[in-house]
Structures are given as C-alpha cells and as structure tokens.
Design a protein around this ligand. Structure first.
Ligand SMILES: [Zn+2]
Length: 447
C-alpha cells in the first residue's frame, strides 16, 4: 500500500487511539501493576480482530495479540507503565499534581503503547485487504521503568520465533533509537550494632558509617573508570532519625551504567569489593548485594534503522496550528529552545543517554526503533512537564506519526523478504562471537 493511503487509513481512525492514549494517561500505573492499561490495550486489539492472550507469558500485565500466519513473524512492542511521583494536571505549565506524590506518565508510555496498537490495527487491515501473508504480533511489555519486563518476556520465550521487532519512544525530537547504556541496579545492606552514641559508643558498630564509607570509596573509583560510566546512588535506609543512636542498619541503592555490558559488570564487581572494604572498616556485616534490575546495551540494526528513518522522513513534516505552537511555548520557560516544536528531520544516532529493556530484545532478535517528537522542544523525559503535555494534540500528532512509521515499515518487511534477510544478516554480524546473557540473576522474578 502506498504511503499516502496508509497515512489516510491511520488518520481516519485517529480519534479511537487518542481516546485510548488519554484513558491510559488518566490511569497511570507502576511496574507490573498496569492492569487498566493492559486491559484497555487487550480490549482494543480484540475489537480490531486480533486473537488476544491476556495475561500472557506468566506475567500478570503482559499480553499477546496475534493475527495471520506463517513467516515473517513481526512483533510490535508496546509499553504502558508510568512513573512514581509524576502526577500532574494536563496542560498545566506550573507544578500541579492531581494526587501529590502519585504516579504519572512522565515517559510518554501512554503514547508509546497506543501507537503500537494503532499501527498493528492498520497493518492488519492492509494485510487483509491485500492478502499479505505473515504473522503480526503485538507484545504488551510491562514494567520498562526499572522492572525489566522484557527480560522476563525473553526468558518466557516471547521472542523465540520472532523475525523482527519494532518499537519507538516519544521524545521532543525525531531521531534514531539504537543506543542505550547497559545498567545494573543493586542494593547494598549493612548490619551493625546499636548503642547509645554518647554513653557507650565503643559498644556500637555503625552500619551508617559503612554506607558512607562505601560512597566515599566509590567517589575515588570514579577517577579510574572509563568516561561512559555513570554511577548513581540513593539511601534507602539510614537506620533511623535519632543522631544519639549508633545506627545498626543501612541500605543503599546503586545504579551503574556504561556503554557495554562487560564494563558494567566490571564496575559492579569493583563496587562490591568497596562495599566489603567499607564493612570491614566500620566493623559491620555486609549482606550479599542484590541485583534487582539489569538491562543490556543496545545492538543497532542498520537495515531496520534505515527503514524506519525512510518512513520517519516520508511522514514528516507534521503540521502544527498556531495554537499548538503557542501551547508548546508555554512549556519553554528558559526561552533557549530553537523553535516551539521540533520540525527538523530525524537526528542520527547519538550517544546513549539512558537505558531500556528494549536493548535486551535487540540481543535476541533484529530490532528497529526510533523517536518521534511528541512535546515542546526541550521537554525532558521523566518530568512533570512531559506529563502535562501527554494529552495535548501535539502528543497525539507525534503518536500518529509513530504509528504510520511502524505500520509502513512492517508492511515493507512483509512485502520484501530480502529486507528481513538483510536485517538478520546485520544482527548476525553485530552479535558474532557474543552471546546474550541478561545481567539480571537467573532467580530474579517480576515484582
Ligand atoms: Zn520510556
């Protein structure tokens, strides 16, 4: 089907998917508790004639929707989880939580998941109309925000017969999504001995001292790691709030990132040694560190990257009204943005800024992904400003753009077996001599 007809087909049904996205925005749910979003997706896909399994893969908020049969098997990957503490009134450009401390869609996953459902429905319509052979799947992937949903889906076999995976992510610009930092998220706990801090300090052993010494040791480590390494930490337990008690418990969360999986594992091992040293210095016990989350680095695929880039350009520019431009400007308080909304062509791949479990999928199946502009230029992810713009027509337009790009790319892959072959050859070359081992422990479970 030619691009203009496909674009028209998606535009004709735009309202249905704007309503779906808005409904998911209105029920922000955290990792592995995204029941409303998953149900809304499953119902919509059922209504569009897909055969739907929900829950799927042994995970309460995962789903599988399928249509067609035979090869190739193309999977579109949706996400729909929200972020804690991001609650914010729609369209408000000052901080106005709907529920103080409540969750909100600070990463735009209401758009991400909906565009995938929207694209799948359009592809199915075209496949039926034109008698296209092949299998189309939508895999509902929960818990991207730190829960590693896709790692568990991989372990459950969700990708074992998939030829190609496609996805996207909302952003403030259009661009390639083919890099991500590998990450390990781990907890370090110390146990000491409580005592009166003035009357019997010699009897106490401070777990809080060990936690502080661990952080000091890590600050020195920062000088002896490669430039791409990022180490963040947070105190999860400081023992208590009384300064006149020697604190018997302390717990730290560490997030360690780097460009390559091997670097993350090396730095993690060194931080484990620092924790042991800190415990020794403070005379307390260090528990075995517990890894609660881990994502791989991203394996880019040049064939799929070129394919999605072709359609990103083909479906641009997005037309914005004067009202939309004025709306976007309200969210650009520093006045530094070059324009209210990005109108530039897709950016080439840049250095990875964050981490995603889509990167794990890129290790087991050729994966193509991209960014579409869905907010005022300069809006950062994981911010209340992004939540506020999540139901705007700018967000909806970016979502429809992404749906068109994914649908057109999938249809090209069904039409041209050589493209699938080329994507597989890229994948084989990029992973040659390497094997995928999730950094997440074998016995880890969805929360
Ligand atoms: Zn995200």
């Amino acid at each position: 089907m030619e691009k203009d007809k496909l674009g028209k087909l998606i535009e004709e049904n735009a309202k249905t998917y704007e309503n779906l996205s808005d409904a998911v925005w209105e029920s922000p749910e955290l990792c592995y508790r995204e029941t409303t979003a998953a149900e809304l997706h499953a119902e919509t896909l059922k209504g569009a004639g897909f055969s739907v399994t929900y829950p799927a893969y042994g995970i309460n908020t995962a789903y599988l929707a399928e249509f067609g049969q035979g090869c190739p098997v193309i999977a579109l990957l949706s996400e729909y989880d929200a972020l804690d503490g991001m609650s914010q009134e729609a369209d408000a450009n000052v901080r106005t939580p709907i529920i103080p401390g409540g969750p909100g869609h600070g990463c735009g996953h209401q758009l991400l998941g909906t565009a995938v459902v929207e694209a799948a429905a359009a592809v199915k319509t075209v496949m039926e109309k034109e008698g296209i052979k092949g299998t189309l799947r939508v895999i509902g992937c929960p818990a991207e925000e730190g829960g590693g949903g896709k790692v568990f889906l991989i372990r459950a076999g969700a990708f074992k017969d998939v030829d190609i995976a496609l996805s996207w992510h909302p952003n403030d610009e259009h661009g390639a999504q083919d890099t991500a930092l590998a990450v390990v998220i781990a907890f370090f706990s110390f146990t000491g001995k409580a005592a009166h801090a003035a009357a019997a300090p010699e009897k106490g052993r401070s777990a809080l001292d060990a936690a502080e010494l661990m952080n000091v040791g890590t600050q020195f480590l920062r000088e002896h790691v490669s430039d791409d390494v990022r180490i963040h930490y947070a105190f999860h337990d400081v023992g208590g709030l009384a300064a006149n008690v020697v604190q018997a418990n302390a717990k730290l969360q560490y997030v360690i990132r780097a460009k390559k999986n091997a670097t993350v594992l090396d730095v993690y091992a060194r931080i484990c040694d620092i924790a042991k040293g800190a415990a020794l210095m403070a005379g307390v016990e260090a528990a075995e560190p517990v890894i609660v989350g881990a994502y791989a680095d991203f394996i880019p695929n040049s064939t799929l990257g070129s394919l999605v880039n072709k359609y990103q350009n083909a479906f641009l520019p997005i037309d914005y009204t004067e009202e939309e431009l004025a709306y976007a400007k309200r969210f650009q308080k520093d006045g530094k943005a070059a324009e209210p909304i990005c109108t530039k062509p897709p950016k080439k791949s840049e250095g990875p800024g964050g981490s995603t479990d889509l990167a794990d999928v890129s290790w087991v199946v050729p994966t193509g992904a991209f960014y579409s502009a869905c907010s005022a230029l300069g809006t950062v992810p994981h911010s209340w400003e992004l939540v506020a713009q999540g139901k705007s027509s700018i967000a909806h337009k970016g979502m429809h753009h992404a749906a068109k790009v994914m649908a057109a790319s999938a249809l090209d892959l069904y039409a041209d077996p050589a493209l699938v072959k080329a994507a597989k050859a890229d994948f084989a070359k990029a992973t040659e001599g390497e094997s995928y081992n999730s950094l997440l422990p074998e016995d880890a479970k969805p929360w």
